[in-house]
Write a protein that binds this ligand. Structure first.
Ligand code: NAP
Length: 320
């Protein structure tokens, strides 16, 4: 029996990892800020949900103790520079300290394509700079004995995603799609393949010390992805996509940041689009983990066409 602590286990990728580990009879602990966030996991066998503040070092040490491995999936897409630093840099640093001090040296850390420890000052967005710095912190801890594997996914699609679903929803409402960064390129990867990669890393000690790029088989521009989201969701008439100059896009995103709740798109998200989100070719990919990544066209029509119905072990879950 193996016991794993899954930080961020309530999220989009986390629930798929939980389902896979549950099928393998692993014991899983999922800390969360609010246990109501974890209702969709409660039915899984040998899974314990714990209300905890993972930013608190004492709480983190207590959480880590007694596990064989830790997976870090905690991340934010929007926020201030301080919030990015706290979540993407300080939390991994605290986690590495907790792992090393409590005899749990195995950590699988999920970063993002475009992050690179050497790009902590030069990456185009706060998101990517903080993700880069988080990796640098963990690589330093690896030199002190942390058994680290890093996964860098491109944008992740699958039932419940916030990317294709967002573009599908917007096209149901708006007759045209003004879009900044329309030519930015992505290599979208299926959430099941990312979850499978994480599980593979947990089970295979040969992955210790490695960084993997998790990408799908095909490359699309953002404009193509928006068009596909419309088509796969069953829109009868394609909405024209109007490429916006970056300056106008930033104005649009700045306005969205003022609306209540999480912005649909922030200026920092647009900054991330300044570089392509594709495999560098310098690092091993999913094939090195024995995974043949699924094509977007084979998966997305299924869930977008049903207005995104997500099937769990328990039954069916529909995003609100
Ligand atoms: N989704 C993508 O397209 C994509 C692409 C590239 C890389 N990634 C990376 O993959 C990983 C998983 O992504 P995801 O899409 O599954 O993320 P997600 O759905 O947003 O889930 C992240 C989890 O982290 C926890 N969390 C968020 N902010 C937190 C904070 N300030 N303090 C403590 N916990 C916090 C939340 O748990 P509670 O609310 O339960 O506390 C949440 O369930 C992340 O590292 C992300 O950067 C994702």
């Amino acid at each position: 029996m193996n016991k794993v602590l899954l930080l961020g286990g309530t999220g989009f990728v986390g629930r798929h990892v939980c389902e896979k580990l549950a099928r393998l009879d692993w014991q899983i602990t999922v800390p969360t800020r609010r246990t109501s966030q974890a209702q969709h996991l409660q039915h899984l066998p040998r899974l314990e949900v714990v209300a905890a503040d993972v930013h608190d070092e004492a709480a983190l040490a207590q959480l880590v103790r007694g596990h064989d491995a830790v997976v870090n999936l905690v991340a934010i897409l929007h926020g201030t520079a301080a919030a990015f630093k706290r979540t993407h840099v300080e939390l991994p640093a605290k986690l590495a300290r907790a792992c090393l001090a409590n005899g749990v040296p195995r950590l699988v850390h999920v970063s993002a394509l475009g992050a690179e420890p050497t790009a902590a000052d030069t990456a185009p967005s706060l998101y990517l700079r903080s993700k880069s710095r988080g990796e640098a912190v963990l690589q330093a801890a690896a030199r002190d004995g942390l058994q680290l594997t890093v996964l860098r996914p491109s944008v992740i699609f699958g039932a419940g995603d916030r990317f294709l679903n967002l573009f599908a929803r917007l096209q149901r409402v708006f007759p045209v799609m003004p879009l900044a960064g329309a030519q930015a390129r992505f290599q979208p990867v299926w959430v099941e393949d990312v979850a499978q990669a994480i599980v593979h890393c947990l089970r295979d000690p040969a992955t210790i010390g490695q960084t993997y790029e998790a990408c799908g088989p095909d490359i699309f521009t953002l404009k193509q992805l928006v068009q596909l989201a419309g088509r796969y969701s069953g829109l009868r008439h394609a909405r024209p996509v109007i490429p916006l100059p970056m300056a106008l896009g930033r104005l649009q995103a700045g306005l969205m940041e003022w609306l209540p709740g999480q912005p649909l798109m922030s200026r920092d998200n647009l900054d991330s689009l300044r570089i392509d989100n594709m495999a560098s070719g310098r690092l091993p990919g999913l094939a090195a983990l024995g995974i043949t990544p699924a094509a977007l066209g084979a998966i997305a029509p299924d869930y977008l066409g049903q207005n995104d119905r997500y099937v769990t072990l328990r039954g069916q879950y529909r995003r609100p």
